[in-house]
Ligand binder design. Sequence first.
Ligand code: ATP
Length: 306
Amino acid sequence: LIQLYMPLNFMGMVYREIKQGLIDMETMFALLHEPAEIADHPGAKPLRVENGVVKFENVSFAYEPGRPILKDVSFEVPAGKMVAIVGASGAGKSTISRLLFRFYELTQGKITIDGQNIKDVTQASLRAAIGMVPQDTVLFNDTIEYNIRYGRPDATPAEVREAARLAQIHDFVISLPQGYDSLVGERGLKLSGGEKQRVAIARTILKSPPILMLDEATSALDSHTEQEIQDALERVARERTSLVIAHRLSTVVHADNIIVLDEGAIVEQGTHAELLDKGGLYASLWARQREADEARERLAHALEED
Ligand code: ATP
């Protein structure tokens, strides 16, 4: 998927630039000859994860020159703890997850895992160490069983079912006429966003990575599904170093540390209670979300009464 994503992303960028008349054909061909994926450094070694401490040190980043997206960002995710990143749309939250996965090179600073700069390790070992639950999971055109087992191809059918159970998707799967043999993806059964995300969580449970990176779905889920996903995520995150990109603040209440981003810079950090006490940006984001949630509940209530 990553191998597919990068060239597509890259082609999209080239296409936009051509459309905007920003680059001429010659530049385009020069760009196309660049390797689309960031290559391993000569002599790159495999990452060795012992405790799984993730550290961003003075990280700055821009997708395009002259438009900084992250500005001097420093934070640590201690071993086995959960750190959440919050902030308004466009603040740079998902960019942090892309950088940890090394989709792009930093403009400045470094990211380390157990003291090893991710720039100096092989990408295969880096990506094997991080379990990524993306916002929008793309499933393979294959069975549900295959899609879950992808997390660890040598898993037994019993292990696949156990992972599905922990991810709260097992009961749904066995209610389907074909059960685990049901075809999903573009040509199969269309799963909802919440179901797809639970398949991705089951896959990650099987992979059992030392570091977990969750990019929460932006789309509003009904509160029952949201709670189920929440429980599933908490189970995977337990005892693992976890970085959560949170779009809905309800996720982060129990995080060990919450980092508040504003226009690419960290403006506050602390626990939920500490940040509410502070009465700063987090407190106002929280108040705004509460209002939006209450308005949604009132609307749902009114519709039920109609
Ligand atoms: P949201 O909550 O809406 O998902 P976010 O905080 O996760 O937002 P990012 O996706 O990190 O935000 O994006 C930060 C900024 O970087 C945005 O202004 C976005 O337009 C820009 N950006 C994201 N991806 C690219 C890209 N591939 N090329 C150029 N700019 C990009």
